[in-house]
Design a protein around this ligand. Structure first.
Ligand code: F6P
Length: 501
């Protein structure tokens, strides 16, 4: 099959430039690239269609066509719109109609349309709607992150709606998502919860009904772990990262405790990741302190707990609170911190930690999918993870009740301590969990499996009798008006800020 991916935001190049360094170059790009390569490995021709940028500050994205070294069957096709300079995703909306017109022209000149399009995020989804309108080619929608949940997180309400909309362009985003959900031949979610909870948000009422009329259009396909990086097999960096880890332990931990396993926290410093929950578990549980040390990974500084003044204020605030709990509970000597600067270093640290019979911990208040614990498990490091969100589906097999990781209540330090203890000791429990974790990833969370899931679902969606696509495209999407001229009342009505819903 010939499949196009529509992903206007960010960009793609063989060097994966700017990944994790810019908000538009995050997990979604990893998803699109890995899925495209895995589909190509299964015999399909894939085009990743993104935006052409001719900008001295973003030199990597000026060629109209690019390829990855490991696959001839994947093309990166860069199509212009909205001028030459880089635009963040919030500024793309007004240019998507032009982008789609140029995509149609590109394929016309090749005299071959793709047979199906996968679209990503609301901007890709809107492009899918417009492309289908011009060509009849069907598309899937993968939301990645939905605007309504972001509005919820930002506590959108009547008093701040205008300011939030001016910054994040929620009017365009919510309308685009509604259109994409309504016109897509299939909607892909990573978990059952994403389908049931996120798509059932009141902002999407009238566009999609995930629990009723539109249930058949949904397909749950989890993403995969990049096992080229996250593998239990030793890698080139293991020795160097092992030395970095040992040096931090020698610096921070007294000799009698230096051989203990670690509880490794490697999420970025963000309040929602709830690092403090694990620190409080150490404060409350003498049993936990007796069997493990805590290790906190922070990007960018050599001795994060001591050099926290060098970090951005939001990250510093989280470490300040951790230090306060360490001081109050006299936990120094059971805690270390060190930097890891990319995924290869992270994987090496997971393997070195596994060699010490350690565990990975992620006690976020809510984790939509939870790829990080699966990456740790793929390296042989057992995971202790929040029970809220995607991990409740990945860490336990519903049909057999088999456990692949330990779920904990992130709001309860005693339960976090219980979960950590259950993974750490006795050693036989740790070994069982390690083997189960590797098995879970290799049997369930691989990009090969994700690609096969997409291909099966696309084959079904291409032949399904269409009973959707009833929402009209607002005129300002096909003929965009100047920014900020779209009435805010339309967003307020959909989101419910003027009704108190
Ligand atoms: O790739 C980054 C990503 O995962 C994308 O899905 C999206 O661009 C972003 O994070 C989250 O977007 P937002 O904050 O706009 O919801």
């Amino acid at each position: 099959m010939h499949i196009a991916f529509f992903n206007p935001q960010g960009n793609f190049d063989p060097a994966d430039s700017y990944w994790t360094q810019h908000p538009d170059f995050g997990g979604q790009l990893v998803y699109v690239k890995e899925l495209a390569l895995a589909m190509a490995a299964q015999g399909h021709r894939v085009d990743i269609v993104t935006r052409r940028i001719i900008d001295p500050n973003w030199r990597e994205f000026s060629a109209p066509i690019d390829r990855y070294p490991d696959s001839d069957a994947v093309r990166i096709i860069r199509v212009p719109c909205g001028g030459d300079t880089f635009l963040p995703k919030e500024k793309l909306w007004a240019h998507l109609a032009e982008w789609v017109g140029n995509i149609v022209a590109f394929y016309a000149q090749e005299d071959a349309l793709p047979e199906f399009v996968t679209t990503h995020y609301g901007d890709g989804g809107l492009a899918g709607v417009l492309f289908r309108g011009k060509t009849g080619v069907r598309f899937s929608f993968t939301g990645h992150s939905l605007g309504a949940q972001k509005m919820d997180k930002l506590h959108a309400g009547a008093e701040n709606l205008a300011a939030l909309d001016a910054r994040y362009h929620f009017t365009e985003r919510i309308f685009a998502e509604r259109l994409a959900m309504n016109h897509a031949s299939m909607i892909v979610t990573s978990t059952m919860q994403e389908k049931r909870e996120q798509y059932a948000h009141r902002a999407y009422r009238g566009a999609v009904d995930p629990l009723g009329a539109d249930e058949d259009r949904f397909v749950v396909i989890p993403p995969g772990v990049n096992r080229r990086v996250f593998s239990p097999e030793p890698g080139e960096l293991d020795a160097a990262i092992g030395e970095r880890l040992t040096a931090a332990i020698v610096r921070d931990i007294p000799p009698a405790r230096r051989r203990l396993p670690l509880v490794l926290l490697s999420s970025r410093l963000d309040p929602k990741k709830n690092h403090i929950g694990v620190v409080q578990a150490f404060a409350e549980s003498a049993s936990l302190r007796a069997v493990a040390n805590l290790a906190i990974v922070v990007r960018g500084v050599d001795d994060p707990l001591q050099q926290r003044a060098q970090l951005p204020p939001a990250e510093r605030a989280i470490l300040d609170e951790i230090v306060r709990v360490l001081d109050e509970n006299d936990l120094w000597g059971a805690v270390t911190s060190f930097p890891l600067n990319n995924q290869h270093e992270l994987a090496a640290a997971y393997r070195r930690a596994a060699a010490r019979k350690s565990v990975f911990a992620l006690t976020a208040h809510y984790e939509p999918f939870g790829l990080a614990p699966l990456e740790a498990m793929s390296c042989g490091l057992p995971a202790v993870v929040t029970r809220n969100g995607g991990p409740s589906e990945s860490m336990i097999e519903l049909s057999t009740r088999k456990k692949y990781g330990i779920l904990v209540n992130p709001a309860d330090p005693a339960d976090i301590a219980r979960g950590l203890m259950a993974a750490l000791s006795p050693l036989s429990a740790w070994e069982t969990l390690r083997a189960a974790g590797i098995e879970r990833v290799t049997s369930r969370y691989t990009w090969e499996r994700t690609a096969a899931g997409y291909i099966d679902a696309i084959s079904a969606a291409r032949h399904r009798v269409l009973q959707h696509g009833t929402l009209a495209i607002p005129p300002w999407f096909s003929d965009p008006r100047p920014e900020n001229s779209i009435p805010l009342s339309e967003l307020a009505h959909l989101y419910g800020t003027n009704t108190g819903n």
